[in-house]
Design a protein around this ligand. Structure first.
Ligand code: GNR
Ligand code: NI
Length: 178
């Protein structure tokens, strides 16, 4: 197993639309294991392959408190949605930013398991929000796209500034002229 690097907004690779998974062999299993390790290490409640620069329709989620109920969704589709809810969301690709987003309150998702078996599952509460958040990633969408363009620009500037400070820390003082 291996930890993968999580891409951060505004990285243009996060805008890639993922392609369907067609082969259910060792390669996709290894990818799932790496994604779960990366998810638990972060820690987060969900991770889409897009976030680790793999543009395949694959999501891992675990909203359990004990982090022992992994849910793997391959080629997921929402087949029914109901109600609406507004939840404070965050994203591993938009670190330190939280804001409210409106989503369907309940969704029925059809997906494949790691062996390719098709299943359906009814999701509510945080799980429903997370499924929709992760499926957005597979379309190249981020939760900040649900906010105003003013807020999104502020967030982009804040993260770019933080990253500049971080990279200055990574080089010797003489080179960064500090
Ligand atoms: O860890 C995460 N928490 C979270 C909280 C509210 C709504 C959505 C999420 S998903 C996020 C992990 C992540 O970025 N997944 O793509
Ligand atoms: Ni996210």
């Amino acid at each position: 197993m291996a930890l993968r690097t999580i891409l951060e907004f505004p990285d243009p690779r996060l805008r890639t639309r993922a392609q369907p998974v067609t082969r259910f062999g060792n390669e996709v299993r290894r990818l799932i294991d790496d994604m779960l390790e990366t998810l638990y290490h972060a820690p987060g409640i969900g991770l889409a392959a897009t976030q680790i620069d793999v543009h395949q329709r694959l999501i891992v989620i675990d909203v359990s408190e004990s982090h022992n109920e992994p849910l793997v969704l391959i080629n997921p589709e929402i087949v029914a949605r109901e109600g609406s809810t507004r939840t404070e969301e965050g994203c591993l690709s938009v670190p330190g930013i939280f804001d409210a987003v409106s989503r369907a309150a309940r969704v029925r998702v059809r997906a494949q398991e790691r062996d390719g078996t098709v299943f359906e599952r009814d999701c509510a509460d945080l799980l429903a929000v997370c499924v929709q958040h992760e499926m957005d990633h597979l379309e190249g969408r981020l939760f900040v796209d649900h906010l105003s363009s003013l807020k999104r620009e502020r967030i982009r500037k804040k993260l770019e500034k933080e990253r500049k400070i971080q990279s200055r820390r990574d080089v010797p003082a003489t080179r960064s002229a500090l």
